[in-house]
Write a protein that binds this ligand. Sequence first.
Ligand SMILES: [Zn+2]
Ligand SMILES: [Zn+2]
Length: 111
Amino acid sequence: MKKIDYRERALKLFPWVCGSCGRDFTGKNLRELTVHHKDHNHNNNPPDGSNWELLCLYCHDNEHSRLLDAEWLPTENPDKEKETTTTHSPFADLKNMLNRPRNDEGGDEPK
Ligand SMILES: [Zn+2]
Ligand SMILES: [Zn+2]
């Protein structure tokens, strides 16, 4: 599968600033800066970047809130996201057990 590298190219072409809210980015939070396609066609990637706009995640979300197209595909997912969306964690039951009040130590046997 060919990796889409338009994001890297856009980051080389443009200053690391959100085109909407003006937030600026450094290497640390750069993954929150995404490439928006002005015509909403992610197959349209002219090398001069004329179809690209750098937007932060929040502004990009706003930009697409009405249009449910699948144009923006994050190329870097923070590992954190995986953890929070995992529903079949082996520790889920353990956590429930720990949260349960400790009144079930076989105390319902008659004395
Ligand atoms: Zn922004
Ligand atoms: Zn977009």
